[in-house]
Design a protein. Structure first.
Length: 269
C-alpha cells in the first residue's frame, strides 16, 4: 500500500495524527492521548481494509478490535498492543524522514503490520535518514509525553488487557526470559507471572512504558537481530554497564535520554 493511497483512503486520520504530534511537541499532554486514540483508529481502519481483501488473515477480537490471524485461524499474539507500542515511536522513524510526518507515520504502521503477517516481506526505509520535523528538544519532549500516555493507557480500566501484552513485547524485543524480565523490575519471577495474568501494578507502569520506548527506538535504529546483543553489551557511556543493567538499576530514564540523543534531531524542520 503506497503512501499516496494511504493519503487518499485515510487522509483525515493522517492529518489528525500529524496535528496531534505537533501539539505534543509543544508540550500539550492531552494531545499525546489524542495521538494514541488516532493511531488506534487508523490501525483498525487499515486492518478493516485488509480484511475486505484478505478475510483469511484478519478477524474481530472480543472487544471489537481487529486482529491478525495465522493460516490456522489463531490470533497473532498481542497484535493490537504490539501495534500500539510501534505507534509510540512512529513519528521518529526513517519513514517520516522520507515521506513527511503524517504519511511517514501511516507507512510506519503498514510496515509494522507486515511484520506481524507470517511470510510477508518486510517494509524497510532506506538507512541513514535523519528525522527533522521539529527541534531536538521538542522531539524529545514528544517522545516523553507519548511514554506517559502509554503508561496511562496501560493502567486505565482493566490494566491486564493492556500492560500484560506490553510485558510480552519487551520480552520478545530484548529476548528475555521471565527471570531476566523480573530482574529489570527488581522482583521475583513469580511476580512477573502474576503481572502477566492480572496486569502490571500502577507504580511499575511508567517504567514499563519507558522500557517499551527504549526497545522501539533501538529496533528502529539497529539492523534486525542486533537489539538483544547490543542491550547486553557493556558500554563506556554507561560506566561499563549494559543497557539491561541500567534499566535494572532504575536508570531507565537516563538510558532513554541517551538513546534519544543518538538520533539526528538537532536541526529544525
Amino acid at each position: 500500500m503506497t503512501a499516496g493511497r494511504l493519503e487518499r483512503l485515510f487522509g483525515r486520520e493522517i492529518r489528525s495524527l500529524e496535528s496531534a504530534v505537533r501539539r505534543v511537541a509543544q508540550g500539550e499532554r492531552s494531545a499525546a492521548r489524542e495521538y494514541l486514540a488516532c493511531w488506534r483508529l487508523l490501525t483498525n481502519r487499515v486492518l478493516g481494509l485488509i480484511r475486505d481483501q484478505r478475510p483469511d488473515i484478519v478477524a474481530e477480537g472480543p472487544g471489537g478490535q481487529l486482529l491478525l490471524i495465522d493460516i490456522k485461524g489463531h490470533r497473532v499474539d498481542v497484535t493490537s498492543e504490539r501495534l500500539l507500542a510501534a505507534g509510540l515511536t512512529a513519528p521518529f522513524s526513517g519513514w517520516v524522514a522520507r515521506l513527511g510526518l503524517g504519511r511517514g507515520i501511516a507507512v510506519r504502521l503498514i510496515a509494522e503490520i507486515r511484520e506481524c503477517v507470517p511470510g510477508a516481506v518486510p517494509l524497510v526505509p532506506p538507512p541513514g535518514l535523519g528525522v527533522r520535523w521539529a527541534s531536538g528538544e521538542a522531539m524529545r519532549r514528544a517522545l516523553q509525553l507519548f511514554g506517559h500516555a502509554l503508561a496511562e493507557e496501560a493502567g486505565a480500566d482493566d490494566p491486564g488487557t493492556k500492560s500484560a501484552p506490553l510485558l510480552k513485547g519487551v520480552m520478545e524485543l530484548f529476548e528475555l526470559d521471565r527471570t531476566e524480565l523480573a530482574s529489570l523490575f527488581g522482583v521475583k519471577r513469580q511476580a512477573v507471572e502474576q503481572w502477566e495474568r492480572r496486569g502490571v501494578p500502577a507504580d511499575r507502569q511508567a517504567k514499563l512504558a519507558t522500557i517499551v520506548a527504549i526497545g522501539q527506538l533501538l529496533r528502529q535504529k539497529l539492523r534486525p537481530g542486533l537489539l538483544p546483543g547490543v542491550a547486553r553489551r557493556k558500554a563506556s557511556a554507561y560506566q561499563g554497564r549494559t543497557m539491561l543493567q541500567m534499566i535494572a538499576e532504575d536508570r531507565h530514564e537516563e538510558l532513554l535520554k541517551s538513546i534519544r540523543e543518538c538520533f539526528d534531531w538537532a536541526a529544525t524542520a
